[in-house]
Ligand binder design. Structure first.
Ligand SMILES: Cc1cc2nc3c(=O)[nH]c(=O)nc-3n(C[C@H](O)[C@H](O)[C@H](O)COP(=O)(O)OP(=O)(O)OC[C@H]3O[C@@H](n4cnc5c(N)ncnc54)[C@H](O)[C@@H]3O)c2cc1C
Length: 400
Protein backbone atom coordinates (compact mmCIF):
# COMPACT_ATOMS: atom_id res chain seq x y z
CA UNK A 1 0.00 0.00 0.00
CA UNK A 2 1.34 3.43 -0.95
CA UNK A 3 0.84 5.37 2.26
CA UNK A 4 1.54 9.07 1.87
CA UNK A 5 5.25 9.44 2.46
CA UNK A 6 6.68 12.26 4.60
CA UNK A 7 7.39 14.09 1.32
CA UNK A 8 3.78 13.99 0.21
CA UNK A 9 1.84 17.14 0.75
CA UNK A 10 -1.13 16.50 3.03
CA UNK A 11 -3.86 18.66 1.54
CA UNK A 12 -6.13 18.92 4.58
CA UNK A 13 -5.77 19.00 8.37
CA UNK A 14 -8.37 18.42 11.06
CA UNK A 15 -6.95 20.10 14.15
CA UNK A 16 -8.64 23.42 13.54
CA UNK A 17 -11.54 23.31 16.00
CA UNK A 18 -12.43 26.94 15.21
CA UNK A 19 -13.62 25.70 11.79
CA UNK A 20 -15.29 22.61 13.24
CA UNK A 21 -17.38 24.54 15.75
CA UNK A 22 -17.78 27.89 13.95
CA UNK A 23 -21.55 27.50 13.82
CA UNK A 24 -21.86 26.89 17.57
CA UNK A 25 -22.38 29.82 19.95
CA UNK A 26 -20.50 29.79 23.26
CA UNK A 27 -23.66 28.70 25.07
CA UNK A 28 -24.27 25.85 22.62
CA UNK A 29 -20.66 24.75 22.85
CA UNK A 30 -20.86 24.65 26.65
CA UNK A 31 -23.96 22.50 26.39
CA UNK A 32 -22.21 20.16 23.97
CA UNK A 33 -19.28 19.94 26.37
CA UNK A 34 -21.60 19.10 29.24
CA UNK A 35 -23.26 16.36 27.19
CA UNK A 36 -20.02 14.77 26.01
CA UNK A 37 -18.54 14.94 29.51
CA UNK A 38 -21.56 12.94 30.75
CA UNK A 39 -21.27 10.43 27.92
CA UNK A 40 -17.56 10.16 28.64
CA UNK A 41 -18.40 8.34 31.89
CA UNK A 42 -19.30 4.70 31.31
CA UNK A 43 -21.24 4.49 34.57
CA UNK A 44 -23.45 7.45 33.61
CA UNK A 45 -24.13 5.95 30.18
CA UNK A 46 -24.99 2.51 31.61
CA UNK A 47 -27.25 3.90 34.31
CA UNK A 48 -28.76 6.51 31.96
CA UNK A 49 -29.55 3.86 29.33
CA UNK A 50 -31.23 1.67 31.93
CA UNK A 51 -33.39 4.48 33.35
CA UNK A 52 -34.36 5.91 29.96
CA UNK A 53 -35.56 2.49 28.77
CA UNK A 54 -37.46 1.97 32.02
CA UNK A 55 -39.00 5.45 31.99
CA UNK A 56 -40.18 5.03 28.40
CA UNK A 57 -41.72 1.67 29.25
CA UNK A 58 -43.52 3.21 32.22
CA UNK A 59 -44.64 6.16 30.10
CA UNK A 60 -42.86 8.63 32.35
CA UNK A 61 -42.46 12.10 30.83
CA UNK A 62 -38.83 11.73 29.82
CA UNK A 63 -39.01 12.45 26.10
CA UNK A 64 -38.47 16.16 26.55
CA UNK A 65 -35.29 15.58 28.46
CA UNK A 66 -34.02 13.27 25.71
CA UNK A 67 -35.10 15.79 23.07
CA UNK A 68 -33.11 18.71 24.48
CA UNK A 69 -29.99 16.65 25.19
CA UNK A 70 -28.78 13.65 23.23
CA UNK A 71 -31.50 13.78 20.53
CA UNK A 72 -30.67 17.41 19.71
CA UNK A 73 -26.98 16.54 19.42
CA UNK A 74 -27.34 13.54 17.09
CA UNK A 75 -30.67 13.88 15.27
CA UNK A 76 -32.26 16.35 12.89
CA UNK A 77 -35.76 16.04 14.36
CA UNK A 78 -38.75 13.77 14.62
CA UNK A 79 -40.07 14.42 11.13
CA UNK A 80 -38.50 15.08 7.77
CA UNK A 81 -39.48 18.76 7.87
CA UNK A 82 -38.01 19.14 11.38
CA UNK A 83 -34.64 18.58 9.69
CA UNK A 84 -34.85 21.78 7.61
CA UNK A 85 -32.93 23.89 10.15
CA UNK A 86 -30.10 21.33 10.29
CA UNK A 87 -30.01 21.05 6.49
CA UNK A 88 -29.75 24.85 6.17
CA UNK A 89 -27.10 25.12 8.85
CA UNK A 90 -24.93 22.41 7.25
CA UNK A 91 -25.45 23.98 3.86
CA UNK A 92 -24.09 27.31 5.08
CA UNK A 93 -20.78 25.50 5.71
CA UNK A 94 -20.83 23.75 2.33
CA UNK A 95 -21.91 20.40 3.80
CA UNK A 96 -24.66 18.22 2.36
CA UNK A 97 -27.29 16.21 4.23
CA UNK A 98 -28.20 12.54 3.94
CA UNK A 99 -31.60 12.11 5.55
CA UNK A 100 -31.56 8.87 7.49
CA UNK A 101 -34.94 7.66 8.69
CA UNK A 102 -33.61 5.81 11.71
CA UNK A 103 -36.50 3.79 12.99
CA UNK A 104 -35.15 0.40 14.11
CA UNK A 105 -36.40 -2.92 15.37
CA UNK A 106 -39.77 -2.96 13.60
CA UNK A 107 -40.91 -6.36 12.42
CA UNK A 108 -44.41 -6.04 10.98
CA UNK A 109 -45.45 -5.78 7.35
CA UNK A 110 -47.33 -2.55 8.05
CA UNK A 111 -44.26 -0.92 9.54
CA UNK A 112 -42.09 -2.07 6.61
CA UNK A 113 -44.58 -0.38 4.26
CA UNK A 114 -44.61 2.76 6.42
CA UNK A 115 -40.79 2.88 6.47
CA UNK A 116 -40.63 2.43 2.69
CA UNK A 117 -43.16 5.27 2.28
CA UNK A 118 -41.03 7.52 4.50
CA UNK A 119 -37.86 6.70 2.53
CA UNK A 120 -39.68 7.62 -0.67
CA UNK A 121 -40.27 11.01 0.96
CA UNK A 122 -36.55 11.41 1.62
CA UNK A 123 -35.92 10.72 -2.08
CA UNK A 124 -38.54 13.33 -3.00
CA UNK A 125 -36.86 15.79 -0.66
CA UNK A 126 -33.49 15.12 -2.31
CA UNK A 127 -34.89 15.52 -5.82
CA UNK A 128 -33.35 18.54 -7.51
CA UNK A 129 -31.74 19.59 -4.23
CA UNK A 130 -28.16 20.82 -4.21
CA UNK A 131 -27.87 20.11 -0.47
CA UNK A 132 -29.07 16.49 -0.27
CA UNK A 133 -26.66 14.48 -2.41
CA UNK A 134 -27.81 10.97 -1.38
CA UNK A 135 -30.67 9.01 0.15
CA UNK A 136 -30.15 5.97 2.32
CA UNK A 137 -31.99 2.99 3.73
CA UNK A 138 -31.47 -0.23 5.62
CA UNK A 139 -32.91 -3.42 4.16
CA UNK A 140 -34.04 -4.40 7.68
CA UNK A 141 -36.20 -1.27 7.68
CA UNK A 142 -38.27 -2.83 4.90
CA UNK A 143 -37.83 -6.57 5.54
CA UNK A 144 -37.73 -8.91 8.52
CA UNK A 145 -34.23 -9.80 9.78
CA UNK A 146 -35.36 -13.34 10.60
CA UNK A 147 -36.63 -13.83 7.09
CA UNK A 148 -33.44 -12.43 5.54
CA UNK A 149 -31.44 -14.81 7.67
CA UNK A 150 -33.51 -17.77 6.50
CA UNK A 151 -33.05 -16.72 2.87
CA UNK A 152 -29.30 -16.40 3.37
CA UNK A 153 -29.16 -19.86 4.97
CA UNK A 154 -31.12 -21.19 2.00
CA UNK A 155 -33.74 -22.67 4.36
CA UNK A 156 -36.92 -24.05 2.82
CA UNK A 157 -39.36 -21.15 2.98
CA UNK A 158 -43.08 -21.56 3.57
CA UNK A 159 -45.45 -20.07 0.98
CA UNK A 160 -46.10 -17.21 3.38
CA UNK A 161 -42.38 -16.53 3.78
CA UNK A 162 -41.83 -16.65 0.03
CA UNK A 163 -44.57 -14.07 -0.39
CA UNK A 164 -43.08 -11.90 2.38
CA UNK A 165 -39.66 -12.00 0.71
CA UNK A 166 -41.29 -11.09 -2.60
CA UNK A 167 -42.86 -8.05 -0.95
CA UNK A 168 -39.52 -7.09 0.60
CA UNK A 169 -37.79 -7.26 -2.77
CA UNK A 170 -40.61 -5.24 -4.29
CA UNK A 171 -40.09 -2.50 -1.66
CA UNK A 172 -36.35 -2.39 -2.40
CA UNK A 173 -37.12 -2.26 -6.12
CA UNK A 174 -39.63 0.57 -5.60
CA UNK A 175 -37.14 2.64 -3.60
CA UNK A 176 -34.31 2.20 -6.11
CA UNK A 177 -36.59 2.81 -9.11
CA UNK A 178 -37.86 6.02 -7.49
CA UNK A 179 -34.28 7.12 -6.83
CA UNK A 180 -33.38 6.35 -10.45
CA UNK A 181 -36.36 8.25 -11.88
CA UNK A 182 -35.52 11.28 -9.73
CA UNK A 183 -31.74 11.14 -10.35
CA UNK A 184 -31.06 10.70 -6.63
CA UNK A 185 -28.22 8.43 -5.54
CA UNK A 186 -29.17 5.94 -2.83
CA UNK A 187 -27.05 4.04 -0.30
CA UNK A 188 -27.99 0.59 0.94
CA UNK A 189 -26.50 0.31 4.43
CA UNK A 190 -24.54 -2.80 5.42
CA UNK A 191 -25.69 -4.91 8.38
CA UNK A 192 -24.80 -8.16 10.15
CA UNK A 193 -22.87 -10.87 8.26
CA UNK A 194 -25.69 -13.42 8.64
CA UNK A 195 -27.97 -11.26 6.47
CA UNK A 196 -25.38 -9.29 4.48
CA UNK A 197 -25.24 -11.93 1.72
CA UNK A 198 -28.90 -11.32 0.86
CA UNK A 199 -28.41 -7.55 1.14
CA UNK A 200 -25.47 -7.78 -1.31
CA UNK A 201 -27.54 -9.84 -3.76
CA UNK A 202 -30.37 -7.31 -3.67
CA UNK A 203 -27.94 -4.41 -4.03
CA UNK A 204 -26.27 -5.93 -7.12
CA UNK A 205 -29.64 -6.76 -8.64
CA UNK A 206 -30.59 -3.09 -8.24
CA UNK A 207 -27.25 -1.81 -9.55
CA UNK A 208 -27.63 -3.94 -12.63
CA UNK A 209 -30.96 -2.30 -13.33
CA UNK A 210 -30.25 1.28 -12.37
CA UNK A 211 -26.49 1.98 -12.64
CA UNK A 212 -26.16 1.76 -16.42
CA UNK A 213 -25.77 5.48 -17.18
CA UNK A 214 -24.76 6.83 -13.77
CA UNK A 215 -24.19 5.42 -10.30
CA UNK A 216 -27.55 5.49 -8.52
CA UNK A 217 -27.42 2.52 -6.14
CA UNK A 218 -24.45 2.21 -3.75
CA UNK A 219 -23.76 -0.97 -1.79
CA UNK A 220 -21.85 -0.68 1.50
CA UNK A 221 -18.51 -2.45 2.07
CA UNK A 222 -17.53 -3.26 5.67
CA UNK A 223 -13.76 -3.52 5.60
CA UNK A 224 -13.62 -5.06 9.08
CA UNK A 225 -14.51 -8.37 7.46
CA UNK A 226 -11.72 -10.61 6.16
CA UNK A 227 -13.43 -11.15 2.85
CA UNK A 228 -14.73 -7.68 1.98
CA UNK A 229 -11.74 -6.32 0.05
CA UNK A 230 -11.86 -9.34 -2.27
CA UNK A 231 -15.65 -9.00 -2.52
CA UNK A 232 -15.22 -5.38 -3.61
CA UNK A 233 -12.78 -6.42 -6.33
CA UNK A 234 -15.12 -9.16 -7.52
CA UNK A 235 -18.06 -6.73 -7.52
CA UNK A 236 -16.01 -4.41 -9.71
CA UNK A 237 -15.24 -7.18 -12.23
CA UNK A 238 -18.87 -8.30 -12.31
CA UNK A 239 -20.04 -4.74 -12.86
CA UNK A 240 -17.57 -4.37 -15.75
CA UNK A 241 -18.71 -7.66 -17.29
CA UNK A 242 -22.38 -6.80 -16.96
CA UNK A 243 -21.91 -3.20 -18.07
CA UNK A 244 -22.95 -1.13 -15.07
CA UNK A 245 -21.19 1.30 -12.74
CA UNK A 246 -20.28 0.31 -9.20
CA UNK A 247 -21.37 2.53 -6.32
CA UNK A 248 -19.60 1.83 -3.03
CA UNK A 249 -19.88 3.27 0.46
CA UNK A 250 -16.71 2.26 2.31
CA UNK A 251 -17.07 1.76 6.07
CA UNK A 252 -15.14 -0.21 8.68
CA UNK A 253 -18.25 -1.81 10.16
CA UNK A 254 -20.51 -1.26 13.13
CA UNK A 255 -21.35 -4.71 14.51
CA UNK A 256 -17.98 -6.00 15.66
CA UNK A 257 -18.97 -7.12 19.16
CA UNK A 258 -22.19 -8.71 18.02
CA UNK A 259 -20.35 -10.58 15.26
CA UNK A 260 -17.64 -11.84 17.61
CA UNK A 261 -20.12 -12.96 20.23
CA UNK A 262 -22.26 -14.91 17.80
CA UNK A 263 -19.27 -16.54 16.11
CA UNK A 264 -18.04 -17.67 19.52
CA UNK A 265 -21.43 -18.91 20.69
CA UNK A 266 -22.18 -20.79 17.49
CA UNK A 267 -18.59 -21.89 17.01
CA UNK A 268 -17.88 -20.66 13.53
CA UNK A 269 -14.97 -18.66 12.14
CA UNK A 270 -15.28 -15.01 13.21
CA UNK A 271 -15.68 -13.00 9.99
CA UNK A 272 -14.10 -9.90 11.57
CA UNK A 273 -10.39 -9.12 11.32
CA UNK A 274 -8.41 -10.00 14.40
CA UNK A 275 -6.93 -6.52 14.77
CA UNK A 276 -7.82 -2.91 14.19
CA UNK A 277 -4.65 -2.58 12.08
CA UNK A 278 -5.88 -5.25 9.68
CA UNK A 279 -9.20 -3.42 9.32
CA UNK A 280 -7.39 -0.11 8.75
CA UNK A 281 -5.10 -1.68 6.14
CA UNK A 282 -8.01 -3.13 4.18
CA UNK A 283 -9.94 0.15 4.43
CA UNK A 284 -7.06 2.11 2.93
CA UNK A 285 -6.43 -0.57 0.29
CA UNK A 286 -10.10 -0.28 -0.69
CA UNK A 287 -9.60 3.48 -1.15
CA UNK A 288 -6.60 2.73 -3.38
CA UNK A 289 -8.55 0.19 -5.41
CA UNK A 290 -11.47 2.54 -6.02
CA UNK A 291 -9.49 5.71 -6.73
CA UNK A 292 -7.48 3.81 -9.34
CA UNK A 293 -10.73 2.83 -11.13
CA UNK A 294 -12.83 5.97 -10.83
CA UNK A 295 -13.98 5.68 -14.40
CA UNK A 296 -16.17 2.79 -13.26
CA UNK A 297 -16.54 3.25 -9.49
CA UNK A 298 -18.03 6.04 -7.40
CA UNK A 299 -17.41 6.06 -3.69
CA UNK A 300 -18.38 7.59 -0.40
CA UNK A 301 -16.05 7.23 2.58
CA UNK A 302 -18.32 6.78 5.60
CA UNK A 303 -15.69 7.28 8.26
CA UNK A 304 -14.60 9.29 11.28
CA UNK A 305 -11.03 8.13 10.84
CA UNK A 306 -8.72 11.10 10.27
CA UNK A 307 -5.92 9.09 8.72
CA UNK A 308 -8.14 7.42 6.10
CA UNK A 309 -9.72 10.76 5.22
CA UNK A 310 -6.31 12.39 4.83
CA UNK A 311 -5.02 9.35 2.99
CA UNK A 312 -7.82 9.63 0.43
CA UNK A 313 -7.29 13.38 0.06
CA UNK A 314 -3.54 12.90 -0.46
CA UNK A 315 -4.06 10.14 -2.99
CA UNK A 316 -6.62 12.25 -4.89
CA UNK A 317 -4.02 15.01 -5.09
CA UNK A 318 -1.36 12.57 -6.26
CA UNK A 319 -3.63 11.29 -9.03
CA UNK A 320 -4.65 14.83 -10.07
CA UNK A 321 -8.31 14.28 -9.11
CA UNK A 322 -10.24 17.48 -8.38
CA UNK A 323 -11.27 17.89 -4.75
CA UNK A 324 -14.90 18.32 -5.74
CA UNK A 325 -15.00 15.37 -8.16
CA UNK A 326 -18.56 14.12 -7.79
CA UNK A 327 -17.42 10.49 -7.78
CA UNK A 328 -15.82 10.92 -4.35
CA UNK A 329 -17.68 11.91 -1.20
CA UNK A 330 -16.83 11.92 2.48
CA UNK A 331 -19.57 11.39 5.08
CA UNK A 332 -19.79 11.55 8.85
CA UNK A 333 -22.66 11.29 11.34
CA UNK A 334 -24.40 14.42 12.59
CA UNK A 335 -22.93 15.57 15.90
CA UNK A 336 -19.70 13.64 15.43
CA UNK A 337 -16.30 14.38 13.90
CA UNK A 338 -17.20 17.92 12.95
CA UNK A 339 -13.47 18.62 12.80
CA UNK A 340 -13.26 16.26 9.81
CA UNK A 341 -16.48 17.33 8.06
CA UNK A 342 -16.06 21.09 8.37
CA UNK A 343 -12.34 21.15 7.55
CA UNK A 344 -12.83 18.89 4.52
CA UNK A 345 -15.70 21.06 3.27
CA UNK A 346 -13.68 24.23 3.81
CA UNK A 347 -10.86 22.72 1.77
CA UNK A 348 -13.28 22.09 -1.12
CA UNK A 349 -14.06 18.36 -0.81
CA UNK A 350 -17.54 16.86 -1.17
CA UNK A 351 -18.87 16.24 2.33
CA UNK A 352 -22.23 15.20 3.73
CA UNK A 353 -23.59 14.33 7.15
CA UNK A 354 -25.97 11.48 7.91
CA UNK A 355 -28.88 13.30 9.60
CA UNK A 356 -30.96 10.69 11.44
CA UNK A 357 -34.56 11.48 12.23
CA UNK A 358 -37.67 9.75 13.56
CA UNK A 359 -39.85 9.54 16.67
CA UNK A 360 -37.74 9.71 19.85
CA UNK A 361 -38.53 6.23 21.18
CA UNK A 362 -37.88 4.70 17.75
CA UNK A 363 -34.43 6.29 17.34
CA UNK A 364 -33.41 5.42 20.90
CA UNK A 365 -31.26 2.39 19.92
CA UNK A 366 -29.32 4.71 17.56
CA UNK A 367 -28.86 7.28 20.34
CA UNK A 368 -27.68 4.65 22.81
CA UNK A 369 -25.05 3.45 20.31
CA UNK A 370 -23.79 7.03 19.93
CA UNK A 371 -23.61 7.45 23.73
CA UNK A 372 -21.69 4.19 24.11
CA UNK A 373 -19.32 5.15 21.31
CA UNK A 374 -18.50 8.40 23.15
CA UNK A 375 -17.68 6.73 26.43
CA UNK A 376 -14.08 6.83 27.60
CA UNK A 377 -12.21 3.60 26.92
CA UNK A 378 -9.56 2.45 29.40
CA UNK A 379 -9.56 5.87 31.01
CA UNK A 380 -9.00 7.65 27.68
CA UNK A 381 -11.50 10.41 27.02
CA UNK A 382 -13.51 10.15 23.82
CA UNK A 383 -12.26 11.94 20.73
CA UNK A 384 -15.35 14.20 20.56
CA UNK A 385 -15.05 15.21 24.21
CA UNK A 386 -11.42 16.28 23.73
CA UNK A 387 -12.26 18.28 20.60
CA UNK A 388 -15.01 20.27 22.31
CA UNK A 389 -12.78 20.82 25.33
CA UNK A 390 -9.98 22.16 23.16
CA UNK A 391 -12.35 24.57 21.37
CA UNK A 392 -13.64 25.88 24.73
CA UNK A 393 -10.04 26.46 25.75
CA UNK A 394 -9.25 28.18 22.45
CA UNK A 395 -12.21 30.54 22.98
CA UNK A 396 -10.97 31.19 26.49
CA UNK A 397 -14.34 30.39 28.03
CA UNK A 398 -13.29 27.52 30.30
CA UNK A 399 -15.29 24.36 30.50
CA UNK A 400 -18.52 25.09 32.33
C1 LIG B 1 -21.63 8.12 7.08
C2 LIG B 1 -21.45 6.78 7.74
C3 LIG B 1 -22.18 5.68 7.28
C4 LIG B 1 -22.04 4.44 7.89
N1 LIG B 1 -22.74 3.36 7.41
C5 LIG B 1 -22.54 2.14 7.94
C6 LIG B 1 -23.18 0.98 7.41
O1 LIG B 1 -23.96 1.05 6.45
N2 LIG B 1 -22.92 -0.22 7.99
C7 LIG B 1 -22.05 -0.36 9.05
O2 LIG B 1 -21.82 -1.48 9.51
N3 LIG B 1 -21.45 0.72 9.59
C8 LIG B 1 -21.67 1.95 9.06
N4 LIG B 1 -21.03 3.05 9.60
C9 LIG B 1 -20.26 2.88 10.87
C10 LIG B 1 -18.83 2.46 10.59
O3 LIG B 1 -18.83 1.16 10.09
C11 LIG B 1 -17.94 2.48 11.86
O4 LIG B 1 -18.51 1.69 12.86
C12 LIG B 1 -17.68 3.82 12.45
O5 LIG B 1 -17.69 4.83 11.50
C13 LIG B 1 -16.32 3.81 13.14
O6 LIG B 1 -15.27 3.54 12.22
P1 LIG B 1 -14.37 4.69 11.54
O7 LIG B 1 -14.03 4.34 10.15
O8 LIG B 1 -15.09 5.96 11.72
O9 LIG B 1 -12.99 4.75 12.30
P2 LIG B 1 -12.27 4.25 13.56
O10 LIG B 1 -12.87 4.90 14.76
O11 LIG B 1 -10.83 4.45 13.29
O12 LIG B 1 -12.50 2.69 13.61
C14 LIG B 1 -13.36 2.03 14.48
C15 LIG B 1 -13.80 0.80 13.73
O13 LIG B 1 -12.67 -0.05 13.46
C16 LIG B 1 -13.04 -1.41 13.54
N5 LIG B 1 -12.28 -2.03 14.66
C17 LIG B 1 -12.07 -1.50 15.89
N6 LIG B 1 -11.36 -2.34 16.65
C18 LIG B 1 -11.10 -3.44 15.89
C19 LIG B 1 -10.44 -4.67 16.14
N7 LIG B 1 -9.86 -4.93 17.33
N8 LIG B 1 -10.38 -5.56 15.14
C20 LIG B 1 -10.95 -5.32 13.93
N9 LIG B 1 -11.59 -4.17 13.65
C21 LIG B 1 -11.69 -3.25 14.60
C22 LIG B 1 -14.54 -1.43 13.82
O14 LIG B 1 -15.19 -1.48 12.59
C23 LIG B 1 -14.78 -0.08 14.49
O15 LIG B 1 -16.10 0.38 14.34
C24 LIG B 1 -21.16 4.30 8.99
C25 LIG B 1 -20.43 5.39 9.45
C26 LIG B 1 -20.56 6.61 8.83
C27 LIG B 1 -19.75 7.77 9.35
Amino acid sequence: MAYPSPNDQIPVFFEDTSVAFASKSDAKLRKTYWLFSLMNQARVVNLGTFFIKLALKLNLPIKNLIRVTIFEQFCGGETINDCDATIASLRSSGIGTILDYSVEGEDKEASFDATAAEILKTIDKATGSDTIPFSVFKITGVASSDLLEKVQRKDDLSEEEKAAFGRARERVQRLCAHAYEHHVRIFIDAEESWIQGVIDDLAYEMMQQFNRERPIVYNTYQLYRHETLEALKTAFLTARQKGYLLGGKLVRGAYMEKERLRAREQEYFNPIHTSKEATDTDYNLAIDFCLDRLEHISICLGTHNEYSSQYCAAKMQKLGIARNDDRIWFAQLLGMSDNISFNLAKAGYNVAKYVPYGPIDAVLPYLIRRAEENTSIAGQSSREFLLVKSELKRRGIGSL
